[in-house]
Design a protein around this ligand. Structure first.
Ligand SMILES: NC(=O)c1ccc[n+]([C@@H]2O[C@H](COP(=O)([O-])OP(=O)(O)OC[C@H]3O[C@@H](n4cnc5c(N)ncnc54)[C@H](O)[C@@H]3O)[C@@H](O)[C@H]2O)c1
Ligand SMILES: O=P(O)(O)OC[C@H](O)CO
Length: 329
């Protein structure tokens, strides 16, 4: 597998493209913005989404036909833009080509996971999932990172790992696509909650309690949807939850922190050109949890705050006054 296509040149798509290029692959990148495509092609990095980081030059275009003869595609557009992007990608894809889903979110309204969106828009493609604790800037700088690569077919999973992996970017194979997807989507909503706790200055004990009870919520939903419990204890679950809830380098965590400090969601988002996936995933997640009959009180509290149904103090008081219960999942 030599020719790798990357759909989306935000921070993460760019970091993954650079990693695959450093691993010796022939990389082709589709960028929405022509100025991003031009800068990447000219070896000037990505001044819009990864400013100040040196990257190898790679073929890039804002014309999606650049992805036509790629042997695998890394799909890295934000979750809410996946369906429209995949519908266009379908015109350029050969049957059976693996599509490695690298975004972390659930589609609003349809409640579709990204694998569902692939099945609906590109039924002949083979979906796989890449998820785990990995800030784009760390990966682009070549700092050590480990992620889950979930693919139903182990042989294809191994081929994908060889294609994009290197010593500083270590994929671990799993056959659990649903577990990897749910872990990545839920940790973003929980990171908003952790940010709120930090913004309210509720202390590190509350922070640890939230990570732990949030992990229980994530695992409950994933298992109800058919995932293996142990997947959530791995890189794409607990690993990513710990990373994202521990650093304001996370857009979701820093968004939550600003909410906790009293700013409005609209004001915070208006200042950003980057995506904060947990904002759109929160309402989808609470609907999904209701559909699956799973309790997710922390995620629900985030949804209530974002929907304007409660302010942060009211949501926190309601969480703290839930009945005492047993600790199991
Ligand atoms: N940045 C990270 O550290 C990181 C790490 C792992 C996973 N992810 C995930 O990767 C996905 C992409 O995030 P990112 O950080 O690369 O994005 P980003 O915030 O850096 O950039 C936003 C991206 O959205 C794209 N976009 C905006 N409108 C669009 C449209 N209408 N159609 C298609 N694309 C559109 C832009 O072109 C750009 O590529 C998200 O799901 C995110 O959760 C990000
Ligand atoms: O900046 P965030 O919050 O989108 O998180 C980035 C990655 O998903 C961390 O693994």
């Amino acid at each position: 597998m030599q020719t790798i296509g990357v759909l989306g040149a935000g921070a993460w798509g760019t970091a993954l493209a650079a990693t695959a290029a450093k691993a010796g692959r022939d990389v082709r990148v589709w960028a929405l913005e022509s100025e991003v495509a031009e800068a990447l092609s000219a070896g000037k990095g990505n001044p819009v989404y990864l400013p100040g980081i040196d990257l190898p030059a790679m073929q890039a275009s804002s014309d999606m036909s650049i992805l036509t003869s790629c042997e695998a595609i890394l799909a890295v557009v934000p979750a809410q833009h996946a369906r429209a992007s995949f519908e266009k990608l379908a015109e350029h894809l050969s049957p059976g080509v693996p599509v490695l889903l690298c975004s972390k979110g659930i589609e609003k309204n349809t409640l579709s996971l990204m694998t569902d969106v692939v099945h609906e828009t590109m039924p002949k493609a083979t979906p796989a999932v890449l998820s785990g604790p990995s800030f784009a800037a760390d990966v682009a700088r070549g700092l050590p990172t480990a992620v889950t690569l979930a693919c139903a077919d182990e042989k294809l999973g191994q081929t994908l790992m060889q294609a994009i992996g290197r010593s500083a970017f270590r994929p671990y194979w799993s056959n659990d696509l649903i577990g990897a997807e749910i872990g990545g989507a839920v940790k973003n909503v929980l990171a908003i909650a952790c940010g709120i706790v930090e913004g309210l200055e509720l202390g590190k004990s509350a922070h640890a309690a939230l990570i732990s009870r949030g992990f229980a919520e994530m695992t409950r939903l994933a298992v109800a949807m058919g995932a293996q419990q142990q997947t959530l204890a791995g890189l794409c679950g607990l690993g990513d939850l710990v990373l994202t809830c521990s650093s304001t380098q996370s857009r979701n965590m820093s968004f939550g922190k600003a909410l906790g400090q009293g700013r409005s969601a609209e004001d915070i988002l208006a200042e950003r050109n980057s995506v904060t996936e947990g904002v759109a995933t929160a309402p989808a997640l609470t609907e999904l949890a209701a559909r699956e009959g799973v309790a997710m009180p922390i995620c629900y509290a985030v949804h209530e705050i974002l929907a304007g149904q409660k302010n942060v103090d009211e949501a926190m008081t309601a969480l703290l006054n839930r009945p005492f219960t047993h600790e199991g999942l």
